[in-house]
Ligand binder design. Structure first.
Ligand code: GLN
Length: 606
């Protein structure tokens, strides 16, 4: 099926194909033996889709497009520091085959001109030229995702005529840039230039660079991301020879051309582009290659300095614990305290990729919060990626806040924050898998500090149970007369969804949670209840089934008014029933208020 993108690329192809300017390279005689009007464009995405138009499967020699790939291999073999003592990274403004070194450093100015490229080839590790060439060929093949082959006749042709490159080799030897036999280094360079590729291969090689060194089709990690960055940097400033400045200005993509007629361009993180058209301009760049790249860049908006928008704030929501309470049901006194001091506990939800800028805004806001902040929850469940610097900044924020007496925890179920996660699992705190549990932790800290009286007690006697507080002594006696006391171990189900009315449960000690299980099997906590609270009231009043499970979080004691006894009450103690229903209705409205806050307080994001 032809897509919008196919149509865009085909359109650029058709327009560019009309350009017949330029001439074939003939200083290597064999290069002049190609069909001059061959033309192909490939755009490969980092997820491995390749858009192709024209002669995309026609082999031609890679020539100078080999340079960044051999430079990458030399960087991996010797390390960036060692390579830097041999090859500079300054744009030269010179032709690719200039016989020159930088007059001050006496080094080749960059690895994209021949002097630098021959040096890079000389630095590739291996016991002899053959095995070093084999390593180079294999490396290129891994970028392309298939075994690339060697073109004997182009190699022989260049070998016969490549005196200028031999001169460069001997110059490098005389300045001590390369050790050993310079002719061997030049020969290795000729061989790497004579590897056959197609336009499609080149687009995948470029896409591997775009994909941080991982081949999008084979998933083979060909190059360390830190080295990808270095190679793309020199491609940006030096890839198009003396046209490099204009190229960067107009096209804005790290690129490399070769006299075989190929051009590659890389949009980091997104796509690899390759064009094949063998007629060259005076710099040795493919005429149509340059034109098509320019058109692709402007029409597909690919310039790598194109700013789509300023970084979004990394904080997607901020609210206090009183804005959005946890699902832990609180007593009235606790609720009142949280309403009062809830502002001292804040939740920050972060999202997107946390790189320097995102982490900076988040850390500045959280760390700069007004006086009086005592507990912070940072929820990173919606963060996609955390850079090393962001992780360090958040770790420093954690340490700063802790020092200022502000407790901090993270909701980080997959351990995105790495070190922070393991530090927190020590004595300084915990990392939560779920926001609600973290908010509850936040509330508990504030309640410990500000609600010394009237905290939820660990256990209550039946006669002191708040549900029964408005009953007269006589009513209380009738009610408690026939209650069943039951105990449960931790993790037991008291009732399950679908169970029929089995009574009004008064919690005397311990904690239970009501939960629902969704279709995927995930368990959601609706509310957590503790001593002095009740459940099952709706099922007895309406004689209906339980809509949720009730499961113990700790060992639990309950007193149960059975459904039969409740039915008896209707006839025997109508006043008692009325008082009880009034109390339950008040409780229900209190809960509704908490639930509403939970939904509104954080934009329904939980
Ligand atoms: N093998 C060629 C040379 O050094 C490569 C040049 C190029 O592609 N620009 O002459």
């Amino acid at each position: 099926m032809s897509t919008v993108v196919d149509a865009l690329i085909a359109n650029i192809f058709d327009r560019t194909a009309e350009n017949r300017d330029g001439t074939l390279a003939d200083y290597i005689p064999e290069l002049a033996a190609v069909a001059p009007d061959s033309f192909g464009i490939c755009v490969a995405t980092v997820d491995g889709h390749v858009y192709e138009v024209g002669d995309t499967r026609l082999p031609f020699t890679i020539q100078s497009i080999s340079k960044p790939f051999t430079y990458a291999l030399a960087l991996a073999d010797c390390g960036a520091d060692a390579i830097a003592t041999k090859i500079d990274v300054e744009p030269s403004g010179e032709a690719f085959n200039e016989i020159s070194l930088d007059p001050h450093t006496e080094r080749p100015r960059n690895p994209m001109i021949n002097a630098g490229a021959i040096t890079a080839a000389a630095l590739v590790a291996g016991p002899d030229v053959d095995s070093r060439f084999e390593r180079i060929r294999r490396a290129y093949s891994r970028y392309a995702g298939r075994a690339l082959t060697f073109n004997d006749s182009v190699y022989a042709s260049e070998s016969r005529t490549g005196h200028r490159n031999r001169a460069i080799g001997h110059m490098l030897r005389s300045f001590g840039i390369i050790a050993g036999n310079p002719d061997e280094a030049v020969d290795l360079y000729f061989r790497q230039c004579s590897i056959d590729v197609t336009c499609r291969d080149l687009s995948l090689m470029a896409a591997t660079m775009a994909n941080n060194g991982v081949n999008p089709l084979t998933q083979d990690t060909v190059l360390d991301p830190a080295l990808v960055e270095r190679v793309l940097s020199v491609m940006s400033t030096c890839g198009m020879y003396d046209g490099a400045g204009k190229w960067l200005y107009e096209v804005g993509l790290p690129a490399k051309s070769g006299v075989g007629g190929g051009v590659i361009a890389v949009l980091p993180g997104q796509i690899g582009i390759a064009i094949y058209s063998p007629r060259l301009d005076s710099h040795g760049n493919s005429v149509r290659g340059v034109e098509a790249c320019r058109a692709l860049s402007s029409e597909l908006e690919l310039h790598f300095l194109h700013v789509t928008r300023a970084a979004r704030s990394a904080i997607r929501a901020r609210y206090s614990v009183s804005d959005a309470p946890s699902r832990m049901r609180r007593t009235l006194a606790e609720r009142a305290t949280l309403d009062d001091v809830g502002n001292r506990g804040r939740i920050y939800e972060l999202h997107g990729d946390l790189l320097f800028a995102g982490a900076e805004t988040a850390v500045r806001e959280i760390g700069g919060s007004e006086e009086g902040l005592e507990v912070v929850v940072v929820d990173v469940r919606r963060v996609d990626e955390v850079g090393g610097i962001a992780r360090r900044m958040i770790e420093t924020l954690r340490a700063d806040l802790t020092e200022r007496g502000c407790a901090i925890t993270f909701v980080d179920p997959v351990g995105l924050l790495g070190n922070t996660h393991s530090n927190l699992s020590g004595s300084t705190g915990r990392v939560y898998a779920d926001l609600d549990a973290a908010v509850q932790w936040c509330e508990d800290i504030l309640l410990d500090r500000y609600c010394s009286t009237a905290r939820q007690s660990r256990s209550v006697a039946v006669s002191e149970h708040p549900v029964l507080s408005s009953l007269s002594p006589g009513q209380l006696e009738w009610f408690t007369d026939d209650l069943e006391t039951r105990t449960y171990a931790r993790g037991e189900y008291i009732v399950r969804r679908g169970d029929g009315a089995c009574g009004l449960f008064l919690l005397l000690s311990g904690q239970v949670s009501t939960t629902v299980t969704d279709q995927s099997g995930a368990v959601h906590r609706i509310v957590t209840l503790s001593a002095g609270m009740s459940f099952g009231e709706m099922t007895v009043i309406l004689d209906s089934r339980f809509l949720n499970d009730v499961r113990t979080d700790t060992p639990v004691t309950v007193a149960v008014l059975t459904a039969d006894r409740y039915a008896e009450m209707t006839a025997a103690e109508p006043e008692l029933k009325l008082a009880l229903l009034e109390r339950l209705a008040v409780g229900a409205y209190e809960q509704l208020d908490v639930m509403l806050r939970s939904v509104l307080g954080q934009g329904g994001s939980r």
